[in-house]
Design a protein around this ligand. Sequence first.
Ligand SMILES: [Zn+2]
Length: 328
Amino acid sequence: MNVPMPEPASLGHGIHLIPAPLPFKSPAWVNTYAIEADGGILLLDCGTDWEPGREAIRDGFGQLGLDESAVHTLVVSHLHLDHVGMSARLVKELGCRLVMHERAAKLVDRYNDTPGYVDRLLRIGRAHGVPPRVLGSVTGDLATRPEYMPLIDPPDHTVADGERIDIGDGRSLEVIHTPGHEPAHICLRDSRTGILFSGDHVLPRISPVIMWDEDLGDPLGSYLASLQKLLGMNPGITYPAHGTLIDRGDERARQILLHHDRRLLDMAELVRSADTTAWEVMLKSFRPNLTPLEARLAFLETVSHLEHLKMIGRLQTEQRDGTVVFRR
Ligand SMILES: [Zn+2]
């Protein structure tokens, strides 16, 4: 995204946008939303735990004439570090309660377990043909937990699909469970305006990465079903967690569905021309010279697509010398 980070802004209806920079090139910032709620403020998402992010939230509240000590609730859309990373610090400093989806509460230990994640990545990499010489670089930068990703605490309160978070005056935020990008991902819909807070489920210009993991079933299948579920609710104005605001959430969701349809077709075609590993499909599907982080995400996205094709019966696999080979 080459768009510069926007300034904090009041968007109307008691909703305020406070972007917080991230220690990455892309996405370069997370959109946090401060929503006036029941005599205080509900904050949605919080970014990673580093000083520029913390200052942006403090300064953003100040610029908008809001008092950050009025934040009584922090809701996180999902358990990725750019959304939940600063949660422990904010809960401590602002004295707010932490709210997440009920499934997220069961994934807190997993989020905190970096060695476990590195082990799983190494196993997935070996199984799906990542050459030994790049296996370390594709997973290696994770070996130490970065400072901006401290451990997180379990939530004070959990919410379920369809539940409404009361924000006072007869207004509520409806919880929509949208697994795929992450298994506990939620969107929130404002009962008064119909505005959808889409987290990373629907983003402008980019499609959220759908990462394979050993114990998530069919993450791409879940993601596509979650997009269809959202389309059934006719989303209009959509406030995403990254990038610029979206006028037509329904159109953007359809574009992302098409993007995955094409990618599935292209990858099935690659396998049709020759039996192949997920790593080889990744190399043919993405631009060359990816950074190790980009290569990891592209690889995990490729495995998600190929495994989905297998689960819907369009591809098969066989083991050759301990490596999974996809074939028609
Ligand atoms: Zn994100």
